[in-house]
Write a protein that binds this ligand. Sequence first.
Ligand code: NDP
Length: 246
Amino acid sequence: MENRKHCLITGGSRGIGAATAYRFAQAGYKVTFFYRSDEESAQYTRQKIQKLTYDCLAYKVDVRDLDAVQSAVQEAVDTFGPIDVLVSNAGISRIELFTKTTPTEWNRIMDTNIGGLYNLVHTVLPSMISRHSGSIVTVSSMWGVCGASCEVAYSTSKAAIIGFTKALAQEVGPSNIRVNCVAPGVIDTEMNALLDDETRAELCEETPLCRIGNAEEVADAIFYLAEENASFITGQVLGVNGGFIT
Ligand code: NDP
């Protein structure tokens, strides 16, 4: 009887999602990941994981599209079995004054960061409830905790993810499903590729550990929360930020 668990990660082509997909594969999980458009990164990540396990599926699925999410989840479940761990990681950010944020841009951020979370969890949760088992990890940001100037839309969406996590944890705890959140600080991924050297240096200076984090450090925190070692932890937000906020 096959007893390896199945983990689904959104935004798994690069950055934190790719490191997380790799972390679960290292632990023997069957891994499915979704990405939006970056075929090259998705291919690279899939090949890297397949050096550890052939059980890796990658689907080009925009998390904003509920029908696409539902059909890819169904295909993944048909191939690898029910989803034991869901990591809702896909997200976008934008730096601009709130007064410059158009309704289109506002909706794009909300539809991806919160709408995507709804689409994924709404699709995967019923099976977890009926199996009385499962673990969900959401990805917020330290800006969702303390707010960031020029990132009002992003901070709003990331604060909503924390509210979602806490509320859902209460609702599905009796079904033996845990829901937790990581709130990363500044992490060295493409999301921060636009930061110039001066801004990077300032961010390092403001961080008690004196550096920017890396994707693997966030992946380790996600893995910890998802796994049995964290069996009495639910509804929590774990900061992975080098002490930037406490
Ligand atoms: P990246 O920009 O490096 O990667 C984003 C990932 O999300 C990519 O795989 C991308 O796919 C995917 N994605 C984006 N939009 C969609 C969509 N509509 N549908 C499906 N997939 C999508 O980001 P990070 O790895 O840095 O960030 C990952 C998460 O961590 C995000 O939620 C982010 O907000 C959060 N975070 C990041 C921090 C940082 O400093 N980097 C700090 C705090 C939180 P594709 O490659 O195809 O575009």
